[in-house]
Design a protein around this ligand. Structure first.
Ligand SMILES: Cc1cc2nc3c(=O)[nH]c(=O)nc-3n(C[C@H](O)[C@H](O)[C@H](O)COP(=O)(O)OP(=O)(O)OC[C@H]3O[C@@H](n4cnc5c(N)ncnc54)[C@H](O)[C@@H]3O)c2cc1C
Length: 537
Protein backbone atom coordinates (compact mmCIF):
# COMPACT_ATOMS: atom_id res chain seq x y z
CA UNK A 1 0.00 0.00 0.00
CA UNK A 2 1.32 3.49 -0.84
CA UNK A 3 1.91 5.31 2.42
CA UNK A 4 -0.20 8.48 2.61
CA UNK A 5 1.63 11.71 3.21
CA UNK A 6 1.44 13.32 6.65
CA UNK A 7 0.71 16.97 7.37
CA UNK A 8 1.08 18.27 10.93
CA UNK A 9 -1.87 20.66 10.53
CA UNK A 10 -4.41 20.60 7.72
CA UNK A 11 -6.50 23.78 7.51
CA UNK A 12 -9.75 23.64 5.55
CA UNK A 13 -10.88 27.02 4.21
CA UNK A 14 -8.89 29.90 2.73
CA UNK A 15 -11.05 32.77 3.98
CA UNK A 16 -9.33 35.32 6.24
CA UNK A 17 -9.42 33.03 9.30
CA UNK A 18 -7.84 30.02 7.59
CA UNK A 19 -5.23 32.30 6.05
CA UNK A 20 -4.50 33.87 9.46
CA UNK A 21 -4.04 30.44 11.03
CA UNK A 22 -1.69 29.36 8.23
CA UNK A 23 0.21 32.64 8.70
CA UNK A 24 0.43 32.17 12.49
CA UNK A 25 1.60 28.55 12.22
CA UNK A 26 4.07 29.36 9.47
CA UNK A 27 5.43 32.27 11.51
CA UNK A 28 5.97 29.81 14.35
CA UNK A 29 7.82 27.40 12.06
CA UNK A 30 5.04 24.81 11.96
CA UNK A 31 4.40 22.98 8.71
CA UNK A 32 0.80 23.21 7.58
CA UNK A 33 -1.31 22.86 4.47
CA UNK A 34 -4.36 24.97 3.71
CA UNK A 35 -6.92 23.78 1.18
CA UNK A 36 -9.55 26.02 -0.36
CA UNK A 37 -12.19 24.89 -2.81
CA UNK A 38 -12.36 28.17 -4.76
CA UNK A 39 -9.52 29.89 -6.61
CA UNK A 40 -9.37 32.48 -3.83
CA UNK A 41 -10.69 35.38 -5.94
CA UNK A 42 -13.05 37.71 -4.09
CA UNK A 43 -16.04 38.76 -6.17
CA UNK A 44 -18.23 40.35 -3.49
CA UNK A 45 -16.07 41.64 -0.63
CA UNK A 46 -17.62 41.54 2.83
CA UNK A 47 -15.14 42.68 5.46
CA UNK A 48 -13.80 46.27 5.52
CA UNK A 49 -12.68 46.96 9.08
CA UNK A 50 -9.50 45.37 10.37
CA UNK A 51 -9.75 46.18 14.04
CA UNK A 52 -7.05 47.30 16.44
CA UNK A 53 -6.40 43.84 17.91
CA UNK A 54 -6.08 42.28 14.46
CA UNK A 55 -3.71 45.11 13.52
CA UNK A 56 -1.61 44.23 16.58
CA UNK A 57 -1.33 40.67 15.28
CA UNK A 58 -0.46 42.02 11.81
CA UNK A 59 2.24 44.13 13.48
CA UNK A 60 3.73 40.98 14.99
CA UNK A 61 3.66 39.24 11.59
CA UNK A 62 5.32 42.29 9.99
CA UNK A 63 2.41 43.14 7.69
CA UNK A 64 0.82 46.08 9.53
CA UNK A 65 2.39 48.56 7.10
CA UNK A 66 1.00 46.64 4.13
CA UNK A 67 -2.50 46.86 5.63
CA UNK A 68 -2.06 50.54 6.54
CA UNK A 69 -0.84 51.31 3.04
CA UNK A 70 -3.64 49.45 1.28
CA UNK A 71 -5.25 51.39 -1.60
CA UNK A 72 -7.89 53.05 0.61
CA UNK A 73 -6.76 56.72 0.38
CA UNK A 74 -5.22 58.12 3.56
CA UNK A 75 -6.93 61.48 3.13
CA UNK A 76 -10.43 60.11 2.44
CA UNK A 77 -13.08 61.03 5.01
CA UNK A 78 -13.98 58.27 7.48
CA UNK A 79 -17.13 60.08 8.62
CA UNK A 80 -20.26 58.06 9.44
CA UNK A 81 -23.36 59.86 8.22
CA UNK A 82 -27.08 59.32 8.87
CA UNK A 83 -29.20 60.38 5.87
CA UNK A 84 -32.78 60.09 4.64
CA UNK A 85 -31.15 58.98 1.38
CA UNK A 86 -27.76 59.66 -0.15
CA UNK A 87 -29.17 62.70 -2.01
CA UNK A 88 -31.59 63.55 0.80
CA UNK A 89 -31.31 65.20 4.21
CA UNK A 90 -28.32 64.65 6.46
CA UNK A 91 -29.49 63.92 10.04
CA UNK A 92 -26.16 63.49 11.80
CA UNK A 93 -22.51 63.22 10.93
CA UNK A 94 -20.08 61.42 13.22
CA UNK A 95 -16.85 63.16 12.26
CA UNK A 96 -13.83 60.91 12.39
CA UNK A 97 -10.24 61.79 11.46
CA UNK A 98 -8.92 60.51 8.14
CA UNK A 99 -6.15 57.94 8.33
CA UNK A 100 -3.61 60.66 7.58
CA UNK A 101 -4.94 62.82 10.47
CA UNK A 102 -5.14 60.05 13.07
CA UNK A 103 -2.97 60.33 16.15
CA UNK A 104 -1.74 57.39 18.23
CA UNK A 105 -4.11 56.23 20.97
CA UNK A 106 -2.70 55.72 24.45
CA UNK A 107 -3.78 52.07 24.55
CA UNK A 108 -2.27 50.58 21.38
CA UNK A 109 0.56 51.15 18.92
CA UNK A 110 -1.97 50.32 16.18
CA UNK A 111 -5.39 51.58 15.07
CA UNK A 112 -8.38 50.08 13.34
CA UNK A 113 -7.80 50.23 9.58
CA UNK A 114 -10.28 50.46 6.76
CA UNK A 115 -8.98 47.80 4.39
CA UNK A 116 -11.43 45.86 2.26
CA UNK A 117 -11.20 42.11 2.06
CA UNK A 118 -10.29 42.82 -1.59
CA UNK A 119 -6.87 43.88 -0.29
CA UNK A 120 -6.66 42.30 3.18
CA UNK A 121 -7.04 38.65 2.13
CA UNK A 122 -4.32 38.94 -0.55
CA UNK A 123 -1.96 40.55 2.01
CA UNK A 124 -2.57 37.68 4.44
CA UNK A 125 -2.28 35.15 1.62
CA UNK A 126 1.05 36.54 0.40
CA UNK A 127 2.41 36.56 3.95
CA UNK A 128 1.26 33.00 4.68
CA UNK A 129 2.70 31.85 1.36
CA UNK A 130 6.06 33.44 2.17
CA UNK A 131 6.47 31.24 5.26
CA UNK A 132 8.65 28.20 4.46
CA UNK A 133 6.41 25.54 6.02
CA UNK A 134 3.11 26.75 4.58
CA UNK A 135 1.47 25.25 1.52
CA UNK A 136 -1.73 26.80 0.11
CA UNK A 137 -3.73 24.66 -2.31
CA UNK A 138 -6.63 26.27 -4.13
CA UNK A 139 -9.37 24.46 -6.07
CA UNK A 140 -9.03 21.59 -3.59
CA UNK A 141 -11.90 20.37 -1.46
CA UNK A 142 -12.10 18.29 1.69
CA UNK A 143 -14.69 15.62 0.98
CA UNK A 144 -14.53 13.51 4.14
CA UNK A 145 -12.45 12.86 7.21
CA UNK A 146 -12.10 10.30 9.94
CA UNK A 147 -10.54 11.22 13.26
CA UNK A 148 -8.87 8.83 15.69
CA UNK A 149 -6.65 9.24 18.75
CA UNK A 150 -3.59 9.31 16.49
CA UNK A 151 -4.69 11.82 13.90
CA UNK A 152 -7.15 12.52 11.15
CA UNK A 153 -7.43 10.76 7.77
CA UNK A 154 -8.73 13.10 5.10
CA UNK A 155 -10.03 12.63 1.59
CA UNK A 156 -9.22 15.54 -0.71
CA UNK A 157 -10.49 16.23 -4.21
CA UNK A 158 -8.49 18.26 -6.70
CA UNK A 159 -11.24 20.17 -8.47
CA UNK A 160 -9.02 20.92 -11.48
CA UNK A 161 -7.96 17.36 -12.27
CA UNK A 162 -10.73 15.40 -10.52
CA UNK A 163 -8.03 13.40 -8.72
CA UNK A 164 -8.78 12.10 -5.22
CA UNK A 165 -6.12 11.85 -2.60
CA UNK A 166 -5.92 10.46 0.92
CA UNK A 167 -3.71 12.23 3.46
CA UNK A 168 -3.09 12.06 7.18
CA UNK A 169 -3.00 15.07 9.46
CA UNK A 170 -1.98 15.26 13.10
CA UNK A 171 -4.63 17.97 13.51
CA UNK A 172 -7.46 19.17 11.30
CA UNK A 173 -8.80 22.72 11.61
CA UNK A 174 -12.11 23.65 10.02
CA UNK A 175 -12.06 27.32 8.99
CA UNK A 176 -14.74 26.38 6.50
CA UNK A 177 -17.19 29.18 7.18
CA UNK A 178 -20.78 29.43 8.32
CA UNK A 179 -21.95 26.26 6.57
CA UNK A 180 -19.02 24.26 7.96
CA UNK A 181 -19.36 20.64 6.85
CA UNK A 182 -16.69 19.73 9.40
CA UNK A 183 -18.80 21.12 12.26
CA UNK A 184 -21.81 19.24 10.90
CA UNK A 185 -19.89 15.98 10.57
CA UNK A 186 -18.80 16.31 14.19
CA UNK A 187 -22.44 16.78 15.19
CA UNK A 188 -21.69 20.11 16.88
CA UNK A 189 -24.81 22.27 17.05
CA UNK A 190 -25.22 26.04 17.11
CA UNK A 191 -27.03 27.95 19.85
CA UNK A 192 -28.25 31.51 20.13
CA UNK A 193 -30.86 33.86 18.80
CA UNK A 194 -30.75 32.22 15.35
CA UNK A 195 -31.76 34.09 12.23
CA UNK A 196 -31.99 37.90 12.56
CA UNK A 197 -32.78 38.67 8.92
CA UNK A 198 -32.01 38.25 5.24
CA UNK A 199 -29.92 41.19 4.05
CA UNK A 200 -29.38 41.99 0.39
CA UNK A 201 -25.95 43.09 -0.64
CA UNK A 202 -25.42 45.09 -3.87
CA UNK A 203 -21.93 45.80 -5.08
CA UNK A 204 -21.50 48.43 -7.80
CA UNK A 205 -19.30 51.07 -9.40
CA UNK A 206 -20.42 54.70 -9.34
CA UNK A 207 -17.34 56.98 -9.36
CA UNK A 208 -19.01 60.32 -8.67
CA UNK A 209 -21.93 59.19 -6.53
CA UNK A 210 -21.39 61.70 -3.71
CA UNK A 211 -20.76 64.58 -6.08
CA UNK A 212 -24.05 63.78 -7.88
CA UNK A 213 -25.80 63.99 -4.52
CA UNK A 214 -23.94 67.09 -3.35
CA UNK A 215 -22.83 65.27 -0.19
CA UNK A 216 -19.58 65.82 1.67
CA UNK A 217 -17.43 62.67 1.69
CA UNK A 218 -17.94 59.93 4.25
CA UNK A 219 -17.20 56.23 4.44
CA UNK A 220 -20.49 54.86 5.75
CA UNK A 221 -23.98 56.25 5.20
CA UNK A 222 -26.97 54.87 7.09
CA UNK A 223 -30.30 55.43 5.37
CA UNK A 224 -33.46 56.08 7.38
CA UNK A 225 -36.78 56.95 5.76
CA UNK A 226 -40.41 57.05 6.93
CA UNK A 227 -40.29 53.21 7.31
CA UNK A 228 -37.24 53.24 9.56
CA UNK A 229 -33.51 52.62 9.35
CA UNK A 230 -33.32 50.21 6.44
CA UNK A 231 -29.95 50.29 4.65
CA UNK A 232 -26.35 51.32 4.69
CA UNK A 233 -24.18 52.47 1.84
CA UNK A 234 -20.43 52.08 2.16
CA UNK A 235 -17.60 53.19 -0.05
CA UNK A 236 -15.28 50.20 -0.53
CA UNK A 237 -12.65 51.54 -2.90
CA UNK A 238 -12.94 55.33 -3.37
CA UNK A 239 -10.24 55.53 -6.05
CA UNK A 240 -12.18 53.13 -8.27
CA UNK A 241 -15.65 54.32 -7.27
CA UNK A 242 -16.68 50.96 -5.74
CA UNK A 243 -19.64 51.00 -3.35
CA UNK A 244 -21.79 48.55 -1.45
CA UNK A 245 -25.43 48.98 -0.61
CA UNK A 246 -26.78 46.70 2.07
CA UNK A 247 -30.54 46.50 2.57
CA UNK A 248 -30.70 45.33 6.18
CA UNK A 249 -33.50 42.84 5.59
CA UNK A 250 -35.72 41.29 2.92
CA UNK A 251 -38.63 38.86 2.84
CA UNK A 252 -36.33 35.84 2.98
CA UNK A 253 -37.48 34.62 -0.44
CA UNK A 254 -35.11 36.61 -2.64
CA UNK A 255 -32.40 35.14 -4.83
CA UNK A 256 -29.69 37.27 -6.46
CA UNK A 257 -31.58 37.15 -9.78
CA UNK A 258 -34.94 38.20 -8.27
CA UNK A 259 -33.65 41.15 -6.23
CA UNK A 260 -35.00 44.51 -7.44
CA UNK A 261 -31.56 46.08 -7.43
CA UNK A 262 -32.58 49.24 -9.34
CA UNK A 263 -35.48 49.82 -6.92
CA UNK A 264 -33.29 49.37 -3.83
CA UNK A 265 -30.61 51.63 -5.29
CA UNK A 266 -33.13 54.36 -6.12
CA UNK A 267 -34.57 54.24 -2.61
CA UNK A 268 -31.08 54.48 -1.07
CA UNK A 269 -29.84 57.24 -3.35
CA UNK A 270 -33.11 59.14 -3.47
CA UNK A 271 -33.30 59.30 -7.28
CA UNK A 272 -32.59 57.03 -10.25
CA UNK A 273 -28.90 56.77 -11.18
CA UNK A 274 -26.82 54.70 -13.57
CA UNK A 275 -24.24 52.39 -12.00
CA UNK A 276 -22.06 49.54 -13.20
CA UNK A 277 -23.27 46.44 -11.36
CA UNK A 278 -20.56 44.20 -9.90
CA UNK A 279 -22.45 41.68 -7.81
CA UNK A 280 -25.59 40.84 -5.84
CA UNK A 281 -25.86 38.49 -2.90
CA UNK A 282 -28.55 37.60 -0.40
CA UNK A 283 -27.36 36.20 2.89
CA UNK A 284 -28.69 35.29 6.29
CA UNK A 285 -27.90 37.40 9.33
CA UNK A 286 -27.41 34.94 12.18
CA UNK A 287 -26.54 35.25 15.81
CA UNK A 288 -25.19 31.86 16.90
CA UNK A 289 -22.22 30.21 18.57
CA UNK A 290 -21.17 26.55 18.25
CA UNK A 291 -21.75 24.40 21.29
CA UNK A 292 -18.14 23.31 21.15
CA UNK A 293 -15.05 24.57 19.32
CA UNK A 294 -13.34 21.19 19.04
CA UNK A 295 -13.64 17.45 19.17
CA UNK A 296 -10.54 15.34 19.71
CA UNK A 297 -7.95 16.32 17.11
CA UNK A 298 -10.38 18.41 15.09
CA UNK A 299 -10.73 22.13 15.79
CA UNK A 300 -13.02 24.81 14.39
CA UNK A 301 -12.44 28.55 14.03
CA UNK A 302 -14.03 31.67 12.55
CA UNK A 303 -17.52 31.70 11.07
CA UNK A 304 -17.59 27.91 11.48
CA UNK A 305 -18.13 28.54 15.21
CA UNK A 306 -19.61 32.03 15.45
CA UNK A 307 -21.93 33.79 13.09
CA UNK A 308 -22.80 37.31 13.97
CA UNK A 309 -24.31 40.42 12.53
CA UNK A 310 -21.62 42.56 10.84
CA UNK A 311 -22.72 45.50 13.03
CA UNK A 312 -19.59 46.28 15.05
CA UNK A 313 -17.23 44.62 12.53
CA UNK A 314 -16.49 41.70 14.82
CA UNK A 315 -16.85 38.67 12.52
CA UNK A 316 -13.46 38.21 10.93
CA UNK A 317 -11.73 40.00 13.78
CA UNK A 318 -13.10 37.47 16.31
CA UNK A 319 -12.08 34.65 13.95
CA UNK A 320 -8.52 35.95 13.72
CA UNK A 321 -8.45 36.00 17.53
CA UNK A 322 -9.40 32.29 17.41
CA UNK A 323 -6.60 31.59 14.93
CA UNK A 324 -3.98 33.29 17.10
CA UNK A 325 -5.12 31.48 20.27
CA UNK A 326 -5.19 28.09 18.52
CA UNK A 327 -1.96 28.75 16.60
CA UNK A 328 0.45 28.93 19.50
CA UNK A 329 -1.23 26.02 21.25
CA UNK A 330 -0.92 23.77 18.19
CA UNK A 331 2.69 24.89 17.75
CA UNK A 332 3.55 24.17 21.40
CA UNK A 333 1.88 20.77 21.28
CA UNK A 334 3.63 19.78 18.05
CA UNK A 335 6.95 21.03 19.44
CA UNK A 336 6.43 18.76 22.45
CA UNK A 337 6.35 21.31 25.27
CA UNK A 338 2.60 21.88 25.34
CA UNK A 339 0.78 19.75 27.91
CA UNK A 340 -2.38 17.74 27.22
CA UNK A 341 -4.59 20.52 28.60
CA UNK A 342 -3.20 23.20 26.30
CA UNK A 343 -5.32 22.48 23.22
CA UNK A 344 -8.34 21.82 25.44
CA UNK A 345 -8.02 25.38 26.73
CA UNK A 346 -8.84 26.69 23.21
CA UNK A 347 -12.56 26.06 23.70
CA UNK A 348 -12.46 27.26 27.32
CA UNK A 349 -10.86 30.55 26.29
CA UNK A 350 -12.39 31.35 22.91
CA UNK A 351 -16.00 30.18 23.24
CA UNK A 352 -16.83 32.78 25.91
CA UNK A 353 -15.34 35.45 23.61
CA UNK A 354 -17.53 34.16 20.77
CA UNK A 355 -20.58 34.48 23.02
CA UNK A 356 -19.57 37.98 24.13
CA UNK A 357 -18.97 39.29 20.62
CA UNK A 358 -21.99 37.62 19.02
CA UNK A 359 -24.17 39.10 21.79
CA UNK A 360 -22.81 42.62 21.29
CA UNK A 361 -23.15 42.46 17.50
CA UNK A 362 -26.83 41.48 17.89
CA UNK A 363 -27.37 44.32 20.36
CA UNK A 364 -25.91 46.79 17.86
CA UNK A 365 -28.16 45.42 15.12
CA UNK A 366 -31.32 45.42 17.21
CA UNK A 367 -30.72 49.11 18.02
CA UNK A 368 -31.45 49.83 14.33
CA UNK A 369 -35.03 48.60 14.78
CA UNK A 370 -35.75 51.16 17.49
CA UNK A 371 -35.98 53.91 14.90
CA UNK A 372 -39.24 52.97 13.21
CA UNK A 373 -42.70 54.41 13.71
CA UNK A 374 -43.70 58.02 14.33
CA UNK A 375 -41.26 59.34 11.74
CA UNK A 376 -43.58 59.92 8.76
CA UNK A 377 -42.49 63.59 8.61
CA UNK A 378 -38.79 62.71 8.30
CA UNK A 379 -38.47 64.07 4.76
CA UNK A 380 -40.78 67.07 5.16
CA UNK A 381 -39.37 70.50 4.41
CA UNK A 382 -41.35 71.94 7.34
CA UNK A 383 -40.24 73.14 10.77
CA UNK A 384 -41.71 69.93 12.24
CA UNK A 385 -39.65 67.89 9.73
CA UNK A 386 -36.48 69.82 10.64
CA UNK A 387 -37.04 69.31 14.35
CA UNK A 388 -37.73 65.59 13.89
CA UNK A 389 -34.52 65.16 11.89
CA UNK A 390 -32.47 67.01 14.50
CA UNK A 391 -33.94 64.88 17.31
CA UNK A 392 -33.48 61.65 15.39
CA UNK A 393 -29.96 62.57 14.33
CA UNK A 394 -28.91 62.98 17.95
CA UNK A 395 -30.42 59.65 19.04
CA UNK A 396 -29.09 57.78 16.02
CA UNK A 397 -25.52 58.99 16.57
CA UNK A 398 -25.78 58.10 20.26
CA UNK A 399 -27.48 54.70 20.01
CA UNK A 400 -26.75 53.23 16.57
CA UNK A 401 -23.40 55.09 16.56
CA UNK A 402 -22.23 52.87 19.46
CA UNK A 403 -21.17 50.25 16.93
CA UNK A 404 -18.41 52.61 15.78
CA UNK A 405 -17.10 53.22 19.32
CA UNK A 406 -15.79 49.82 20.30
CA UNK A 407 -12.25 50.14 21.69
CA UNK A 408 -13.28 48.09 24.74
CA UNK A 409 -14.81 45.33 22.63
CA UNK A 410 -11.75 45.12 20.43
CA UNK A 411 -9.12 45.01 23.17
CA UNK A 412 -10.84 44.33 26.48
CA UNK A 413 -11.69 40.67 25.97
CA UNK A 414 -10.09 38.46 28.58
CA UNK A 415 -9.86 34.76 29.35
CA UNK A 416 -11.76 34.51 32.64
CA UNK A 417 -11.43 31.18 34.48
CA UNK A 418 -8.94 29.93 31.93
CA UNK A 419 -7.41 26.60 32.97
CA UNK A 420 -3.97 27.85 31.87
CA UNK A 421 -4.00 31.24 33.63
CA UNK A 422 -3.50 31.74 37.35
CA UNK A 423 -6.13 33.94 38.96
CA UNK A 424 -4.51 36.59 41.17
CA UNK A 425 -7.61 37.24 43.24
CA UNK A 426 -8.14 40.79 41.98
CA UNK A 427 -11.55 41.75 40.63
CA UNK A 428 -11.95 41.94 36.84
CA UNK A 429 -11.77 45.36 35.25
CA UNK A 430 -14.96 46.69 33.66
CA UNK A 431 -15.69 45.06 30.27
CA UNK A 432 -17.06 48.22 28.69
CA UNK A 433 -17.63 47.85 24.92
CA UNK A 434 -16.85 51.51 24.33
CA UNK A 435 -13.94 52.28 26.63
CA UNK A 436 -10.98 49.96 26.90
CA UNK A 437 -9.76 49.68 30.49
CA UNK A 438 -6.11 48.49 30.44
CA UNK A 439 -5.41 45.62 32.83
CA UNK A 440 -2.61 43.13 33.38
CA UNK A 441 -4.86 40.84 35.41
CA UNK A 442 -4.24 37.21 34.31
CA UNK A 443 -6.26 36.34 31.22
CA UNK A 444 -6.16 39.91 29.85
CA UNK A 445 -4.28 41.18 26.81
CA UNK A 446 -0.99 42.47 28.26
CA UNK A 447 -1.40 46.25 27.94
CA UNK A 448 0.52 48.51 25.62
CA UNK A 449 3.00 51.04 26.95
CA UNK A 450 5.83 52.82 25.20
CA UNK A 451 9.27 51.55 26.27
CA UNK A 452 12.42 53.64 26.73
CA UNK A 453 13.64 52.68 23.24
CA UNK A 454 10.35 53.77 21.65
CA UNK A 455 9.01 50.26 21.08
CA UNK A 456 5.70 49.05 22.46
CA UNK A 457 5.53 46.44 25.22
CA UNK A 458 3.55 44.45 22.63
CA UNK A 459 6.71 44.23 20.51
CA UNK A 460 8.27 42.07 23.25
CA UNK A 461 5.67 39.32 22.88
CA UNK A 462 5.08 36.57 20.38
CA UNK A 463 7.70 33.86 19.94
CA UNK A 464 7.64 32.31 23.42
CA UNK A 465 6.70 33.24 26.98
CA UNK A 466 8.07 36.54 28.26
CA UNK A 467 8.67 37.21 31.93
CA UNK A 468 8.46 40.94 32.54
CA UNK A 469 10.51 42.05 35.53
CA UNK A 470 9.91 45.39 37.19
CA UNK A 471 12.68 45.87 39.77
CA UNK A 472 14.84 43.16 41.26
CA UNK A 473 12.58 40.12 41.81
CA UNK A 474 14.48 36.87 41.12
CA UNK A 475 13.64 35.24 37.80
CA UNK A 476 16.11 32.30 37.84
CA UNK A 477 13.67 29.70 39.28
CA UNK A 478 11.17 30.30 36.48
CA UNK A 479 13.89 30.41 33.82
CA UNK A 480 15.26 27.09 35.07
CA UNK A 481 11.81 25.49 35.29
CA UNK A 482 11.03 26.60 31.73
CA UNK A 483 14.38 25.37 30.41
CA UNK A 484 13.94 21.97 32.05
CA UNK A 485 10.62 21.62 30.21
CA UNK A 486 11.86 23.08 26.90
CA UNK A 487 9.38 25.93 27.22
CA UNK A 488 10.72 29.00 25.37
CA UNK A 489 11.00 31.88 27.85
CA UNK A 490 12.88 35.15 27.89
CA UNK A 491 13.12 37.79 30.59
CA UNK A 492 12.54 41.47 29.84
CA UNK A 493 13.57 44.09 32.36
CA UNK A 494 11.48 47.22 32.42
CA UNK A 495 12.44 50.15 34.58
CA UNK A 496 9.81 52.76 33.73
CA UNK A 497 7.66 53.29 36.87
CA UNK A 498 4.54 54.09 34.84
CA UNK A 499 4.78 50.74 33.05
CA UNK A 500 5.36 49.00 36.39
CA UNK A 501 2.20 50.68 37.74
CA UNK A 502 0.21 49.58 34.68
CA UNK A 503 1.27 45.95 35.14
CA UNK A 504 0.74 46.07 38.90
CA UNK A 505 3.24 43.39 40.05
CA UNK A 506 7.02 42.90 40.07
CA UNK A 507 6.80 39.87 37.78
CA UNK A 508 4.33 39.28 34.95
CA UNK A 509 4.36 36.16 32.77
CA UNK A 510 3.05 36.87 29.26
CA UNK A 511 2.11 34.04 26.88
CA UNK A 512 3.10 33.79 23.21
CA UNK A 513 -0.27 35.28 22.21
CA UNK A 514 0.30 38.38 24.34
CA UNK A 515 -2.12 37.48 27.14
CA UNK A 516 -1.08 37.47 30.78
CA UNK A 517 -0.74 33.97 32.27
CA UNK A 518 0.29 34.98 35.78
CA UNK A 519 1.54 37.94 37.80
CA UNK A 520 2.97 38.27 41.31
CA UNK A 521 5.72 39.78 43.40
CA UNK A 522 7.51 36.46 43.82
CA UNK A 523 7.23 32.85 42.65
CA UNK A 524 6.39 30.16 45.19
CA UNK A 525 6.61 27.11 42.91
CA UNK A 526 8.12 27.87 39.51
CA UNK A 527 7.64 24.32 38.15
CA UNK A 528 3.97 24.31 39.04
CA UNK A 529 3.48 27.73 37.47
CA UNK A 530 5.12 26.88 34.17
CA UNK A 531 3.24 23.56 34.03
CA UNK A 532 -0.05 25.38 34.50
CA UNK A 533 0.75 27.87 31.75
CA UNK A 534 1.70 25.09 29.30
CA UNK A 535 -1.43 23.07 29.95
CA UNK A 536 0.00 20.35 32.17
CA UNK A 537 -2.38 20.72 35.07
C1 LIG B 1 -21.57 42.58 4.67
C2 LIG B 1 -20.57 42.04 5.63
C3 LIG B 1 -19.62 42.90 6.15
C4 LIG B 1 -18.67 42.43 7.04
N1 LIG B 1 -17.75 43.28 7.56
C5 LIG B 1 -16.84 42.84 8.46
C6 LIG B 1 -15.84 43.70 9.00
O1 LIG B 1 -15.77 44.88 8.66
N2 LIG B 1 -14.97 43.19 9.91
C7 LIG B 1 -15.03 41.87 10.30
O2 LIG B 1 -14.23 41.47 11.17
N3 LIG B 1 -15.93 41.03 9.77
C8 LIG B 1 -16.83 41.46 8.86
N4 LIG B 1 -17.71 40.59 8.30
C9 LIG B 1 -17.66 39.17 8.67
C10 LIG B 1 -16.53 38.46 7.91
O3 LIG B 1 -16.65 38.67 6.52
C11 LIG B 1 -16.56 36.97 8.23
O4 LIG B 1 -16.63 36.79 9.62
C12 LIG B 1 -15.29 36.29 7.69
O5 LIG B 1 -15.24 36.33 6.30
C13 LIG B 1 -15.25 34.84 8.14
O6 LIG B 1 -14.06 34.29 7.71
P1 LIG B 1 -13.84 32.71 7.71
O7 LIG B 1 -12.47 32.53 7.15
O8 LIG B 1 -14.17 32.14 9.04
O9 LIG B 1 -14.96 32.14 6.73
P2 LIG B 1 -15.17 32.39 5.17
O10 LIG B 1 -14.68 33.73 4.77
O11 LIG B 1 -16.60 32.05 4.91
O12 LIG B 1 -14.24 31.31 4.47
C14 LIG B 1 -14.52 29.93 4.51
C15 LIG B 1 -13.84 29.29 3.32
O13 LIG B 1 -13.90 27.87 3.43
C16 LIG B 1 -14.01 27.33 2.13
N5 LIG B 1 -14.53 25.95 2.26
C17 LIG B 1 -15.70 25.56 2.83
N6 LIG B 1 -15.80 24.22 2.79
C18 LIG B 1 -14.68 23.75 2.19
C19 LIG B 1 -14.22 22.44 1.88
N7 LIG B 1 -14.92 21.34 2.17
N8 LIG B 1 -13.02 22.31 1.26
C20 LIG B 1 -12.27 23.41 0.96
N9 LIG B 1 -12.67 24.68 1.23
C21 LIG B 1 -13.85 24.85 1.86
C22 LIG B 1 -14.97 28.28 1.45
O14 LIG B 1 -14.86 28.20 0.04
C23 LIG B 1 -14.53 29.63 2.00
O15 LIG B 1 -13.59 30.28 1.15
C24 LIG B 1 -18.68 41.06 7.41
C25 LIG B 1 -19.63 40.19 6.87
C26 LIG B 1 -20.57 40.68 5.99
C27 LIG B 1 -21.58 39.72 5.43
Amino acid sequence: MTPVRNVPVLIVGGGPVGLALAAELGWRGIRCELIEQTDGAISTPKMNEVNTRTMEFCRRWGIADAVRNCPFPGDYSLDVVFVTSLCGHELARMARPTRAQQKAESYSPERLQICSQLWFDPILRAFAQSQPGVSLRYRTRLDSFEASNDGVSVELLDLETGKREMAHADYLVGCDGATSAIREALGIGLSGQGVLGHPVHLFFRAPDLLRQCGKAPGVFFLAIDRNGLWANIRVIDPANGLWRLMALDSDGKQRPDTVDRAGLLQRAVGRPIEVEWKGVSVWTRRSVVANSYSHGRVFLAGDAVHQLSPTGALGMNTGIGDAVDLGWKLAATLAGWGGPGLLASYDAERRPIGLRNVGMAAEFYLAHGEFAGGIAAIDDDSEAGRQLRARLGESLARDVGRMFRTAGLQLGYRYENSPICVDDGTPPSRDDPEAYVPSARPGSRAPHAVLADGRSTLDLFGRGFVLLRFGDAPTAPLEQAAKARRVPLTVADIEAPEVAALYGRKLVLVRPDGHVAWRGDGIADAGKLIDRARGLN
